[in-house]
Design a protein around this ligand. Structure first.
Ligand SMILES: NC(=O)c1ccc[n+]([C@@H]2O[C@H](COP(=O)([O-])OP(=O)(O)OC[C@H]3O[C@@H](n4cnc5c(N)ncnc54)[C@H](OP(=O)(O)O)[C@@H]3O)[C@@H](O)[C@H]2O)c1
Length: 268
C-alpha cells in the first residue's frame, strides 16, 4: 500500500507542470487530494478527469489570503482533516531589475512567498494535530540569486528562510517542514514567466523537451515527502551551484553571468 493512501494532501497549483504531476500520482496512490489554480477550464478538466475519485479542485489565487483560507477550509470540510500541505504553486520572471516594473517583483513575492505563508497558516492546526508535513517546492534560486530573476530569487530565499525558521519552531512537535529544489523541469513556468511589464513572456528560452519531465520531478518530491527529508536538491548541477556559491562566491558570479548572458544580453 502506498504511503499516501488515505492521507489528505493539499497541493497548490495542481493544474499544470509539477503540481499536476504530483496530483496525478497522489490520486493514483489513493490519497484524498485537494488542489487549486486560477484557470477555471483547467480546474474543470482536472475535476472531470478524476470524476468519482477523491480529488477536489478549488478555484483560488493563492496571492489572496481569503482564497487560501477558503481552499484549506474546503479541503477540511470535504475530507475531514489535512495531513500534508505541499506549497507548489509559483510563477517566475525574466527581466533585468533595472528595466522591471516593481509590480513584477511584488507579484512574485505575493504568489511564491505570501501564498505559501497563507496556506500554511490555515492548514497548520490540522497538520500539528496529525503530526503531518508542510512542504514547499522551492528552487536553486532560493540558495543563489539568478540574473533576470531577481524577484523570483527573492521570493524563494524568503520562502526558504521562513520555512527554516518554522521547521525549527516545530522541531519537537512531530511536524516535518521541508523544501525541495528541482532543477530545470519541463512545465509551463517559463511561458507564463512575467516580463518587465508584468506580462507573461509567452515563450520559453530553453528547449523544454531536453529538461527533466514533470512526472519524474513529482516522483522525487513525493519520495522526499514520504521520507520526511529536510531538504532535497534534485540535480547535480543544482548541488554544484550551491556548493560553488558557498566556497567561491566570486567565481560563482562569473560562471552564472556567463551562463545567462551573451554580449551583455540576457539570453536565458
Ligand atoms: N519548472 C521548473 O523548471 C522549476 C524549477 C525549479 C522550481 N520550480 C518550482 O516548481 C513550482 C511549480 O512550477 P511549474 O514549473 O510546475 O510551473 P507551471 O507549469 O507554470 O505550473 C504552476 C501551477 O501553479 C498555479 N499557479 C500559479 N500562480 C498561481 C496563483 N496565484 N494561485 C494559484 N495557483 C497558481 C498554475 O495555475 P494557474 O496559472 O491557472 O493559476 C499551475 O497550476 C513553482 O513553485 C516553481 O517555482 C519549477
Amino acid at each position: 500500500m502506498s504511503f499516501f493512501s488515505g492521507k489528505v494532501v493539499i497541493v497548490t497549483g495542481g493544474t499544470d507542470g509539477i503540481g499536476k504531476a504530483m496530483v496525478n500520482k497522489l490520486v493514483n496512490d489513493g490519497a484524498k487530494v485537494v488542489t487549486c489554480g486560477r484557470n477555471y477550464d483547467k480546474l474543470y478538466q482536472l475535476q472531470t478527469l478524476y470524476a468519482g475519485q477523491t480529488l477536489l479542485a478549488v478555484p483560488a489565487d493563492i496571492s489572496n489570503e481569503s482564497d487560501c483560507k477558503n481552499l484549506i477550509e474546503q479541503g477540511r470540510n470535504v475530507f475531514g482533516h489535512i495531513d500534508i500541505l505541499i506549497n507548489n504553486a509559483g510563477i517566475s520572471m525574466r527581466a533585468l531589475f533595472s528595466e522591471t516594473e516593481l509590480d513584477t517583483i511584488r507579484r512574485l513575492m505575493d504568489i511564491n512567498f505570501w501564498g505559501s505563508v497563507y496556506c500554511t497558516k490555515y492548514a497548520l492546526p490540522d497538520i500539528l494535530k496529525n503530526k503531518g508535513t508542510v512542504a514547499a517546492v522551492s528552487s536553486i534560486a532560493g540558495y543563489r540569486g539568478l540574473p533576470g530573476r531577481s524577484g523570483y530569487s527573492a521570493s524563494k530565499f524568503a520562502l526558504q528562510g521562513w520555512m527554516e525558521a518554522l521547521r525549527t519552531e516545530l522541531l519537537h512537535t512531530g511536524v516535518n517542514v521541508m523544501w525541495v529544489c528541482p532543477g530545470y523541469t519541463k512545465s509551463n513556468i517559463r511561458n507564463v514567466a512575467l516580463n518587465k511589464n508584468t506580462q507573461p513572456q509567452g515563450e520559453s528560452p530553453l528547449d523544454e523537451n531536453s529538461l527533466m519531465s514533470a512526472d519524474e520531478c513529482a516522483i522525487h518530491i513525493l519520495k522526499a515527502v514520504e521520507k520526511r527529508k529536510r531538504t532535497l536538491v534534485l540535480t547535480p548541477k543544482g548541488k554544484e551551484t550551491i556548493l560553488l556559491n558557498r566556497v567561491a562566491p566570486d567565481m560563482a558570479d562569473k560562471m552564472i553571468y556567463k551562463f545567462f548572458f551573451k554580449n551583455g544580453e540576457l539570453i536565458k
